[in-house]
Design a protein around this ligand. Structure first.
Ligand code: CAA
Length: 382
């Protein structure tokens, strides 16, 4: 077993660390307080190949692997959790299904601009009454001639407020259950009948817009169907398997930020006449944070490696997402504790890390659903 990254992976990581320290960390607090979409950062991430890390170069991606994607996304999320989730959605939830199931024309038209970082993509699955139970979605897509007529409302869609393109999950016929589900690529800026609804006020990841998408007799060309009708649910599940590696990496990056800040603060803060880093109560917290985050990173890199090498990675991506988000949340809470009263105030980023970490236990499948996915695989139920 070789734990040493390749020269290319190290080069990318060094480039991303520099970019994060120089251009993302200095504006992270401002992005959090203004809730502004970090468009300028997204364009630069595109120029660096980070909006389509594992997308082939002919579709404007970097043509690298998912291990590199994880390494880069941990760093980006260490700088800003909102930038991290936008990057994750472009690469995974939007990019993966088009890369995997799209036609040549679909890849050129819809994957290339997002992988190249010119525009954002989003993935619209969740509805008010279809969250964990994804197969119960009700957004309707009826084929009429050479168009699908789409009616329905999608909820909690990451980047839905800014995205140019969307992979939309809809049903041809709800009575068919999961077999009626299909995925359509929608040009959100050029589809009459589409409107952006409520933009949510959230606890964290405030610079990442979370929007309601409303479709009322919206016309989508039939040629924008991904694969075949009836394949949509399995495409979606496979996309989520890939996406969960991204969310795990986002979580790990947030946890790393909490650890990094805590280490710095513990060394500079004095009580009882000495640095608080000399107290075992603080040392043990730091040791646990570092150990658990390293373990999470190993799970993430393993899941990414399995994906890169063509193995089944459904269980491993669920394990990595679940574990990384649980330990990131724990690290962020301990970070606030180490900062004490200052940790509870907005002068320091500790409270932001805690607010940002929480969503990673919820989206792209709650951690309860990840346990269902893992247990089903262990028990041979799928
Ligand atoms: N890969 C391929 N096929 C899969 C699969 C996978 N990972 N998982 C299931 N399938 C197949 C099954 O084999 C089955 O097919 P067959 O009948 O041919 O065997 C079919 O899909 C239906 O599977 P299930 O019966 O297991 O489906 P289910 O209704 O019980 O649902 C679930 C399973 C795991 C609970 C699923 O609904 C799920 O993952 N729910 C969570 C949804 C989710 O993650 N939402 C996140 C929204 S996106 C988001 O959050 C983005 C963001 O903001 C950043």
């Amino acid at each position: 077993m070789n734990f040493r990254p390749t020269d290319e992976q190290n080069m990318v990581k060094d480039m991303v660390v520099r970019f994060v320290n120089e251009e993302i960390k200095p504006i992270a607090a401002e992005l959090d307080s203004t809730h502004r979409h970090p468009g300028e950062i997204c364009r630069k991430l595109g120029e660096m190949g980070l909006m389509g890390v594992a997308v082939p170069v002919e579709y404007n991606g970097a043509g690298m692997d998912n291990v590199t994607y994880v390494m880069a996304l941990i760093e980006i999320s260490r700088g800003c959790a909102s930038c991290g989730v936008i990057m994750s959605v472009n690469n995974s939830l939007y990019g993966y299904p088009i890369k995997t199931f799209g036609t040549e024309e679909q890849k050129k038209k819809f994957l290339a601009p997002v992988a190249g970082g010119e525009v954002e993509g989003c993935y619209a699955l969740t509805e008010a009454d279809a969250g964990s139970d994804a197969a119960s979605l009700r957004c309707r897509a009826e084929l009429k001639g050479d168009k699908y007529i789409v009616n329905g409302v999608k909820k909690f869609i990451t980047s839905g407020n800014v995205a140019q393109y969307c992979v939309l999950a809809a049903t041809e016929d709800p009575s068919k259950g999961y077999k009626g589900i299909l995925n359509l690529i929608v040009d959100l800026k050029n589809t009459p009948g589409f409107a952006i609804g409520t933009i949510e006020e959230k606890m964290g990841i405030k610079a990442s817009g979370t929007a309601e998408l409303i479709f009322e007799d919206a016309e989508v060309p039939a040629e924008n169907l991904l694969g075949n009708p009836g394949e949509g649910f399995k495409q979606m599940m496979m996309g989520l398997d890939a996406g969960r590696i991204g969310i795990g990496a986002q979580a790990c990056g947030i946890g790393r930020a909490a650890l990094e800040d805590s280490l710095g603060y513990a060394k500079e803060r004095s009580q009882f006449g000495k640095s608080i880093s000399s107290f075992q109560a603080i040392q043990w917290k730091l040791a646990d944070m570092a150990t658990e985050l390293d373990a999470a990173e190993m799970l993430l890199l393993k899941a990414a490696w399995l994906e890169d090498n063509g193995y089944d990675f459904e269980k491993e991506s669920a394990m990595a997402k679940m574990y990384a988000s649980d330990v990131a949340m724990k690290a962020a809470v301990e970070g606030v504790q180490i900062f004490g009263g200052y940790g509870y105030c907005t002068d320091y980023p500790a409270e932001r890390h805690m607010r940002d970490a929480k969503i990673c236990q919820i989206y792209e499948g709650t951690n309860e659903i990840q346990r269902v996915v893992i247990a089903r695989k262990l028990l041979g139920m799928r």
